[in-house]
Design a protein around this ligand. Sequence first.
Ligand SMILES: [Zn+2]
Length: 283
Amino acid sequence: MKFSNQLADIYVPDPGLSPEDALRRVTHLCVVAHQDDIEIMAQSGISDCLEQPAKAFGGVVVTNGAGSPRSGRYGSYTDEQMQAVRREEQRTAAKLGKYSIQLQLAHPSADVKRSGHAGVASDLAAIFAACRPEVVYLHNPADKHDTHVGVLLRCLEAIMALPQESRPARALGCEIWRDLDWLRDADKVALDSGRHPKLARKLLAAFDSQISGGKRYDLAAVGRRSANATFFSSHATDQLSGITWAIDLTPVTRDGGPSVQDFTASLIAGLASDVSQRLSKLR
Ligand SMILES: [Zn+2]
């Protein structure tokens, strides 16, 4: 297994598995922009795989994490040193979460923000062709972080280049930068991210270089899961202790399906009509 950037990192926590076998068995694949995005948005998939021996989780981080803010102990680190720290943190999380494989493709962020970068395209094409996941966790199209949306669009391009029968059975766009609570209930998927709470905290805490500067992603991610579960329904008691909201992007990955832009615009129009109808009804 070889990727286009020479700093790409292939990590298989189980020493008895080859990278090819570790990727082939993946049933729950998560492809994200940065180190720690997987652990913020795919706790539900990580939990599914821990609970079912036949399932296997695979993580892919597309960028190199070079531009991340740094302070405190990491304040004087060069971009290169920071990339090495973040690579190691991601490996630690993969081991803790018993992922089948963790790939870090090490692309500069600028290379995913435009279509047609040959290295990004060939890496993602190779990954999606080498496994047949039942679900793939991606960034969501209403995210406000350019690199997240860039990675999402590159993933959709790679998926659409596959024959339809080889595409992931289901594609979900998950919340990070901008949550998805605003979607109409019928338009959103509740991912049960309240399971394995101790492990969830450890996974998030693995990214010390991101947290120690004062950005408490660990607390924020767990708090958001809890808030989502409580504020989901005003009448029912909480069924789940944590929810991560997602958009079902599967229609966008099918021949003849809507463009991701039209699909997202229709979801936003759904919110507008929901708000407007309630105001009219209660006038
Ligand atoms: Zn990110």
